[in-house]
Design a protein around this ligand. Structure first.
Ligand code: ZN
Length: 106
């Protein structure tokens, strides 16, 4: 008798690890991150892939918004614009932001 051991792994629930909820379910997670000191953040440029500390980015102030550009390729990595309707945060030019662990309560 022959048996085929090369069958694909049985679907044991590994492909869908959790239910999809709406964004409100993640609000607490994001609120904690955005409350951190941004100068401790490391940002990866979405254009050239360079990683640099927030403070190493090139800042352009005084325009319609505050723009941060990559030090290596000068691509825009983040922008904040405050308008009467609210504050816009555009991080589409970055591929990731690394937030360091926050120290515990003093
Ligand atoms: Zn870059």
């Amino acid at each position: 008798m022959t048996s085929d051991l090369s069958t694909p792994a049985a679907p044991d629930g590994g492909t869908e690890s959790g239910a999809v909820l709406d964004g409100n379910a993640a609000a607490g997670e994001f609120a904690g991150i955005l409350a951190n000191d941004p100068t401790t953040v490391t940002v990866r440029c979405g254009s050239c892939g360079a990683t640099q500390a927030f403070g190493q980015l090139q800042a352009y102030l005084g325009g319609p918004g505050t723009v941060l550009r990559c030090r290596e390729c000068e691509a825009m990595v983040a922008r904040v614009a405050r308008t009467p309707r609210g504050t816009w945060l555009d991080i589409s030019g970055s591929s990731s932001w690394l937030f360091l662990p926050t120290p515990g309560p003093a």
